[in-house]
Design a protein around this ligand. Structure first.
Ligand SMILES: [Zn+2]
Ligand SMILES: [Zn+2]
Length: 320
């Protein structure tokens, strides 16, 4: 099959082996997939991953032990879990000690013609959510996770730091939850999008951190982001870390202690809520699409997605 593979270098392979049939897995034919910061970080060494990249996708079910799924259009949760370890048994299966993660950890991803996932990971997509919107289900679910982790009641000053792909989803999710969120970013085009959504925004260059925000959600994807977030949040406030960066950087944690700041890491989130929000058109994702490219142009597409200011690049995975 055709696939975009990272193995020390990124390459498009026209004849990559299809994912092996392991017991219970469902075979999916990928329609399209989105490139995200995690994919770019992997090509810089994050997670030490080797294999087919890609974890944000919409696909058709080709074969499945769950007959009801065959022929359905689906999105897929990316953590494949054991169901037996202490974390799975205590309801924290996203943190399963034996997990594989689609296109990130020991499992080939969706930048390919075919991908496999267990049937329990799959969510059928209603007709009211088109393929473009469906490609955003995974990252939008991750944005909804912020609402699961922090209480917004009475938190008046909430900032999303970073106007990238994920930051703009998190900002919309917070606004959808009736939060008066503000976005701090670097790119006029993206800050203009915020204006379109009636979300307040400011250029980073205009900001003097004042230790006055109740909540800061760091979506910068840079090591410097946490440092800025810590300077912006008030004592006893909350910083949510939404992005990972491959490069470790020295970090001064003294302000976290002195100001008694809550630092909350945040990763994958609820697919059902993301699908419902898209079906009800509460979140605008169409404006986040920068360009659509073919799987064959995957290397070029990843280079484009890495450029500053570029939003979602979508890879079309269906054959010619
Ligand atoms: Zn992602
Ligand atoms: Zn487990």
């Amino acid at each position: 099959m055709r696939a975009l593979v990272f193995d020390n270098a990124l390459a498009f392979r026209p004849r990559h082996p299809e994912p092996p049939a392991s017991s219970g897995d469902t075979l999916l034919r990928v329609r399209q997939a989105g490139i995200c910061a995690t994919d770019l970080e992997i090509t810089k060494g994050y997670m030490g991953f080797r294999g087919v990249l890609g974890h944000e996708f919409v696909a058709d079910v080709v074969q499945s032990p769950d007959r009801d799924l065959v022929g359905r259009r689906v999105a897929g949760e990316i953590n494949v879990v054991c169901g037996r370890c202490d974390l799975c048994l205590s309801g924290l299966s996203a943190h399963c000690r034996n997990r594989t993660v689609l296109g990130i950890l020991n499992r080939d991803g969706a930048f390919a013609e075919f991908v496999r996932l267990p049937a329990v990971n799959l969510h059928p997509i209603p007709d009211s959510v088109d393929d473009d919107a469906a490609t955003f289900i995974e990252p939008l679910a991750a944005a909804f996770q912020v609402l699961k982790q922090i209480k917004l009641d009475g938190r008046k000053w909430v900032t999303v730091l970073g106007d990238g792909r994920l930051g703009l989803l998190v900002a919309q999710v917070l606004r959808d939850a009736n939060c008066q969120v503000r976005v701090i970013g670097k790119h006029p085009v993206k800050l203009a999008l915020c204006e379109k959504w009636s979300i307040r925004s400011r250029p980073l260059a205009d900001i003097v951190p004042r230790h006055d925000q109740d909540v800061v959600v760091d979506c910068t994807g840079s090591a410097a982001g946490l440092e800025t977030a810590v300077q912006m949040v008030r004592p006893r406030g909350t910083v949510v870390l939404k992005t990972t960066a491959a490069a470790g950087a020295p970090l001064n944690l003294a302000p976290v202690v002195i100001d008694e700041i809550n630092v909350v890491g945040s990763r994958c989130g609820p697919f059902r809520e993301a699908i419902r929000a898209l079906a009800e058109k509460r979140i605008d994702v169409a404006s986040l699409i920068h360009r659509r490219m073919k799987l064959e142009q995957g290397v070029e597409a990843m280079e484009l997605a890495a450029r500053p200011g570029v939003l979602k690049v979508i890879l079309s995975c269906v054959g010619a």
